[in-house]
Design a protein around this ligand. Structure first.
Ligand code: IMP
Ligand code: MG
Length: 179
């Protein structure tokens, strides 16, 4: 698999991921000191990130998952989002932290925030492993924690897929330009 020509230049090395996830865990633990976090992992891409992040949280935490599909092509979301799997329990009065793999246009996250805010959590924050600042369409998205800002490239690995492939790469790479 590693000689697959579709795997382009590395964007974030495995060691850098591990280091940053540890830092984020420490920062979040400080911010939520004395409280309990309800982690909402967004399937499927955030699975690796949320599992690693959770291991570095030093406060009590629970975890649940949501799966959403955005209408549109596989590389451009439309902002119209459909819930494929919802949370199993109520988040009313809980301190909710959405954990996302990547925020591209921000449309998916914007929808998730509106949906979860309507359920009256005590607090609602976002931790995104990757953001693409050049592509952000939604202004003032409250992303409290960001792992890495990356250039406008289609990213694969560490949970991120191209048509379901490459999630198992231990680092983040750019998909090679198709010619
Ligand atoms: P947005 O609604 O444009 O912010 O896109 C959000 C979703 O699209 C993410 O949660 C990913 O599932 C997917 N996505 C966006 N950019 C990438 C990428 O570079 N690689 C893999 N998936 C991506
Ligand atoms: Mg995806």
């Amino acid at each position: 698999m590693n000689d697959d020509p579709a795997i382009g230049p590395t964007l974030v090395e495995e060691e850098a991921l591990a280091h940053r996830v540890r830092e984020l865990g420490a920062e979040i633990s400080r911010d939520y000191d004395g409280r309990e976090i309800f982690l909402v992992g967004v399937l499927k891409g955030a699975v690796f990130f949320v599992a690693d992040l959770m291991r570095h949280l030093e406060v009590h935490c629970a975890i649940d998952f949501m799966a959403v599909a955005s209408y549109g092509s596989s590389t451009h979301s439309s902002g119209v989002v459909r819930i494929l799997k919802d949370l199993d329990v109520s988040i009313e009065g809980r301190d909710v932290l959405i954990v996302e793999d990547i925020v591209d246009s921000g449309l998916t996250l914007n929808y998730l925030l509106r949906t979860l805010r309507a359920r009256n959590p005590a607090s609602l924050e976002v931790c995104a492993l990757l953001t693409k600042p050049e592509r952000l369409k939604v202004r003032d998205l409250p992303i409290r924690y960001v792992g890495f800002e990356i250039p406008n490239k289609f990213a694969i690995g560490y949970g991120l897929d191209d048509r379901e492939r490459y999630r198992n790469l231990p680092y983040v790479a750019a998909l090679a330009d198709r010619s």
